[in-house]
Design a protein around this ligand. Structure first.
Ligand code: KPL
Length: 308
């Protein structure tokens, strides 16, 4: 039998992946963060509900605490929020073997590079996921819209064979030989949509109008930042990419708005924070981005949420 996929993190993306792999008969194991979460999971009979277009499919997926078992983890998918990656990884380090491979699904940038630095001898893959999913309850994931998953190895090399499991699970994924530009582009999209939707408490579709006069200069600063990171596309192309995402997700709430509304820590530090730090390192002047970053930090503080 092949090594199970261990999925660390039971948020919407982790549960969606677990559900789709289980449906396809690919063995997977969820690693939950707390004893309470594991007890609750087992009390519900290890049942995970996948909801799609009003239909709910019950699936059995085992959930465990990282230190409950000594079983080696050869294939690890980290599906936590970006700010939770370091602690989550700590919890499973003792179960990794020299040949373990790690796939990171985080938004933004910064958390991925930290894992690569931490595990320099392991194969660490980065992914960009654009499926829309949210949790109706801790064991019920709603798959709101299918997207594409781009996966790559920042240290180069071919796609590992085990990723074929994703194909068997019907996941629309592609191997990217140059994954960092993909993640930079996604970060720029997130910088243009997420903070504004959180500040104006509006769905993605209303972002350009609510942002008003700052929208265009923000795009120009993001474009300069992408260029300094070696991502080559024109400002017009960047604008079109961002507007296409806004159109496709017009009625959705960005993940940052969802986090603020739920009183959860946001990924600000891995989205705006990373952009802001990278702009400083590149010697760029980004007054609109800087003001937006500060405004969002203040907005979070007013709501009792961390500024990072
Ligand atoms: O990735 C997203 C997010 O909300 O984090 C977008 C693309 C903005 C969709 O909501």
């Amino acid at each position: 039998m092949s090594d199970p996929l261990h999925i660390l993190g039971a948020g919407s993306l982790g549960l969606l992946l677990a559900a789709r792999c289980t449906l396809a008969g690919a063995p997977c194991q969820l690693i939950l963060r707390t004893r309470e979460a594991v007890c609750a999971w087992r009390q519900r009979d290890n049942l995970l509900l996948l909801e799609q277009q009003g239909q709910s499919t019950p699936l059995k997926v085992a959930g465990e605490l990282a230190d409950e078992s000594a079983q080696p983890i050869r294939l690890l998918v980290v599906a936590t929020k970006a700010w939770a990656v370091a602690d989550a990884l700590d919890s499973v380090l003792h179960r990794l073997t020299p040949d373990s491979q790690i796939l990171l699904l985080q938004n933004g940038l910064g958390s991925q590079q930290a894992v690569s630095r931490r595990l320099p001898d392991h194969r660490v893959l980065y992914a960009s996921v654009t499926d829309g999913a949210w949790l109706r309850s801790p064991n019920q994931v709603v798959w709101a819209g299918s997207g594409q998953t781009l996966i790559g190895d920042p240290a180069a090399g071919p796609a590992p064979d085990w990723l074929q499991r994703l194909t068997r699970a019907g996941i629309d994924w592609r191997w990217e030989s140059d994954i960092l530009p993909v993640l930079w582009l996604k970060l720029a999209v997130n910088c243009a949509i997420n903070p504004l939707s959180a500040l104006h408490d509006c769905p993605n579709g209303e972002v350009p109008e609510r942002a008003g006069a700052i929208f265009e200069p923000l795009l120009a600063e993001l474009h300069a930042l992408l260029s300094s990171e070696g991502v080559s596309l024109s400002l017009a192309e960047l604008r079109e990419r961002i507007l296409a995402v806004i159109r496709a997700t017009a009625s959705n709430s960005s993940s940052m708005r969802q986090d603020v509304l739920a009183g959860r820590r946001t990924e600000i530090d891995f989205i705006l924070g990373h952009a802001w730090r990278s702009a400083r390192q590149a010697g760029l002047s980004t007054p609109v981005l800087d003001a937006l970053y500060l405004q969002l930090q203040n907005h979070l503080t007013e709501r009792g949420l961390p500024r990072n």
